[in-house]
Write a protein that binds this ligand. Structure first.
Ligand code: GLA
Length: 389
C-alpha cells in the first residue's frame, strides 16, 4: 500500500502526456526530479494525495486532491531563508474540520448568492442558505469539500497538477452537469499559475474561485496588518449587513477601500469595525469585492502585496473582472501547521472572481455575466508572481 501513490503518480503522468488538456506542450523532463508525492492522511477513510512542485530557485508548492487545495508555498525571503507563506494544517483531516476554505478551489459559485435564490431562463432556483440568509461558496458540499481526480503534468513552463471534478446535475441545487478543472503550475519565473475552467450540459451560473490565505511574513508570523497592498481598482461593490452587494459600483476614492496607491493594510482597517451587536455577524476588517481596472478576459496585473518583515512581494495577474480582498476576519485562533495559531487578520485572501451575487444582477450595466451555457467554456486564470522588494 505504501508504494501505491508513486505508482499512481507515474501512471497519471503517462495519461496526461497522452490526453493532456493543458495549454502548454508537455516536455520530456522526468517527473521524479520535480514532483514528490506522499499520502497526506485520510478523509472519510480514503487516503488523500499530496503533490510537491519545485522550481530551480528554491520555490516549492504543495497541493492536495481534497478540494484541489494549495497546502504549502515556500518562497525564499530576502536572506534566502525558506518561508511558508500560506495558512494550512499538518494533516488532511483538519481541513474539513477546521478550515475556512483554506487554499481550496471554491465552486460552483464562489462568494454569496442573495437568499440562495436566482432565476435563469425564466426558471427559479433555490440553493442552501449556508451563511446566514445567503448561499456561500457553492453550498453545503461545494467543490472545496470534494475529492478531485489528480494528474501530475509537465508543461513547457514547469511542473504542475491537473485536478478534475464532475459536479452532477442538481448538485447543491444548481442545474446542469459541470465538468470542472483546476491546473496548478509552478514556473522558473517564480510564478504559481492557477487555471480554472468548466463546461456544462445545461445553463448554470459558474464562478470558480481560488481561496489561499496568504501571509508573506510566514503563515506563523502573526497578522498581515503591516503588509503593503496595491489594488488596481477605481470601483468596488458596497454590501449590506449580510455581505450582499447593494448593486452600486461605487468609487473607491475617499473611502478606506482606496488601494490605488500602495498602503499599509492596517492603516484604515478600523473604518470597518464590523457589527456583532444583536447577533450581527460582521467581525470587521476588509471583506470587499473590487471592480478591477482594465478589460475582463484580458490578463493584466491587478495586485501587488509586499511584506516588510521578509521582503517578499507577490503580484497577481488575472483575466477576471473582480477580486475579493478578505483579511481573515473570521479566523478564530485555530491551530495550524507546526502549532501556529491563526488569529483574526492572521492571513489574507485575494480571490479573483466575478462580482458576488452577479447572477441576480444579470444584464445590469457593468455586471459580469456568470451564466455558462452548453458549448461554451468558463475560463479563469490567475498568476501569482513572487519576488523580493
Ligand atoms: C470569503 C468571503 C468571506 C468569508 C470567507 C470564508 O472570502 O468573502 O466573507 O466567508 O470567504 O471564511
Amino acid at each position: 500500500m505504501k508504494s501505491l501513490p508513486l505508482v499512481i503518480a507515474t501512471l497519471s503522468l503517462a495519461a496526461s502526456i497522452g490526453g493532456c488538456r493543458s495549454t502548454d506542450a508537455v516536455t520530456e523532463t522526468p517527473m521524479e526530479t520535480t514532483h514528490r508525492m506522499r499520502t497526506g492522511g485520510s478523509i472519510d477513510g480514503r487516503p488523500v494525495n499530496l503533490f510537491t512542485l519545485r522550481n530551480a530557485n528554491g520555490m516549492e508548492v504543495e497541493v492536495m486532491d481534497h478540494g484541489a487545495t494549495v497546502t504549502r508555498v515556500i518562497v525564499p525571503d530576502r536572506d534566502g531563508n525558506p518561508v511558508d507563506v500560506v495558512l494550512g494544517f499538518d494533516t488532511a483531516e483538519e481541513y474539513p474540520e477546521k478550515s475556512q476554505y483554506f487554499g481550496c478551489t471554491v465552486g460552483r459559485v464562489g462568494n454569496r448568492i442573495a437568499g440562495g435564490r436566482f432565476e435563469l431562463d425564466g426558471k427559479a432556483y433555490a440553493l442552501a442558505a449556508n451563511n446566514g440568509p445567503n448561499h456561500l461558496h457553492g453550498g453545503e458540499v461545494g467543490f472545496d469539500k470534494r475529492r478531485w481526480d489528480a494528474d501530475p503534468i509537465m508543461t513547457a513552463k514547469g511542473p504542475g497538477v491537473r485536478f478534475t471534478l464532475t459536479s452532477a446535475d442538481g448538485e447543491e441545487g444548481y442545474p446542469g452537469r459541470v465538468e470542472a478543472e483546476t491546473i496548478y503550475v509552478l514556473t522558473d519565473r517564480n510564478e504559481l499559475e492557477v487555471e480554472m475552467s468548466a463546461t456544462t450540459d445545461a445553463p448554470t451560473p459558474v464562478n470558480i474561485v481560488h481561496h489561499t490565505y496568504w501571509n508573506l511574513g510566514g503563515h506563523d508570523s502573526g497578522t498581515i496588518l503591516d503588509e503593503v497592498l496595491r489594488i488596481r481598482a477605481d470601483r468596488y461593490t458596497p454590501v449590506d449587513g449580510t455581505f450582499i452587494p447593494t448593486g452600486d459600483l461605487a468609487p473607491v476614492a475617499g473611502t478606506a477601500v482606496d488601494f490605488r496607491t500602495a498602503k499599509r493594510i492596517g492603516r484604515d482597517i478600523d473604518a470597518y469595525p464590523g457589527d456583532q451587536a444583536e447577533g450581527g455577524e460582521d467581525p470587521g476588517g476588509y471583506d470587499h469585492n473590487f471592480c478591477l481596472d482594465g478589460e475582463a478576459g484580458t490578463m493584466r496585473e491587478v495586485v501587488r502585496l509586499s511584506d516588510p518583515r521578509t521582503g517578499i512581494v507577490m503580484t497577481i495577474t488575472t483575466d477576471q473582472p473582480g477580486i475579493q480582498f478578505y483579511t481573515g476576519n473570521f479566523l478564530n485562533g485555530m491551530t495550524g501547521k507546526g502549532g501556529a495559531v491563526y488569529e483574526k487578520f492572521g492571513g489574507l485572501c485575494l480571490e479573483t472572481q466575478a462580482y458576488p451575487d452577479s447572477i441576480n444582477h444579470a444584464g445590469e450595466p457593468g455586471w459580469p455575466d456568470v451564466v455558462l451555457r452548453p458549448g461554451d467554456t468558463y475560463r479563469h486564470r490567475m498568476v501569482h508572481r513572487f519576488g523580493i522588494d
